[in-house]
Design a protein around this ligand. Structure first.
Ligand SMILES: [Fe+2]
Length: 237
């Protein structure tokens, strides 16, 4: 089961796909890359997105894309990539921004030093809201101060971690990203695809590279976890 849990594939909702044409092209690339299903996860910024308006627009774009998608392209689901904000663990909108109707919520941590309060809030999303936070593209933070504290949330069972496909394919932190995987921190894979040219989906390339570097068991684990989310997504449709 190849599930891409993080993508900006909806047309004209965020800084991702700029048109229906581009979204359809991204869908066909995803098919070539072997994706069985994709969760569209447009950015949600609590500071300036109106929940009702934003989710309505996203739903409309999602339905439109589904209707236009060619036969045989990956199944589509709707979720969000929720940027961390103060009060995320107490806010009633948090419950409405999950991946489909599952208990999983994709949370993007800030690109700033991680404070104790942030860690407490992520923990509280799990303990108080009963949701499972999935930390988006943890590979981007591997060199940040406090990164180990973030990973402790995973160690302690309060959060799961998602890695971007590009993490082990390019950039300066490839080795650290592989180490995260071999240390068992990564549960899910995302393309974080934004466009056909700048950040195309490369999930099959990730799979090939990972299998070559570490053997098949790590990707098999990602597939197993993906299947669990996929089954929950299907149930909630
Ligand atoms: Fe993203």
């Amino acid at each position: 089961m190849l599930l891409d849990i993080h993508s900006h594939i909806l047309p004209q909702i965020d800084d991702g796909s700029s048109s229906m044409k581009e979204s359809l092209k991204l869908m066909s690339i995803q098919k070539e890359q072997g994706a069985d299903a994709i969760i569209a996860t447009p950015h949600f910024y609590a500071d300036y997105c109106d929940l009702y308006e934003y989710t309505q627009n996203a739903l409309e774009a999602f339905n439109h894309l589904k209707k236009n998608a060619n036969e045989g392209t990956p199944e589509l689901f709707l979720g969000y990539e929720v940027k961390y904000f103060n009060g995320i663990s107490e806010n009633e909108l948090t419950n409405k921004l999950t991946l489909g109707n599952t208990e999983f919520i994709l949370v993007e941590m800030p690109y700033a030093p991680i404070s104790e309060k942030m860690l407490d809030e992520i923990e509280a999303i799990s303990l108080n809201l009963g949701l499972t936070p999935i930390l988006a593209h943890v590979d981007r933070y591997v060199s940040f101060p406090g990164f180990r504290d973030v990973m402790k949330l995973v160690d302690d069972g309060y959060a799961k971690a998602q890695i971007n496909a590009d993490s082990i394919l390019c950039g300066s932190d490839k080795r650290k990203s592989l180490k995260l995987i071999s240390d068992g921190y990564i549960s899910y894979l995302g393309s974080d695809a934004h466009s056909v040219n700048e950040r195309p989906p490369r999930i099959n390339e990730f799979k090939q590279r990972l299998n070559k570097k570490l053997g098949p068991s790590y990707f098999e684990k990602i597939e197993k976890n993906s299947l669990e989310i996929y089954q929950k997504l299907r149930k909630g449709v």
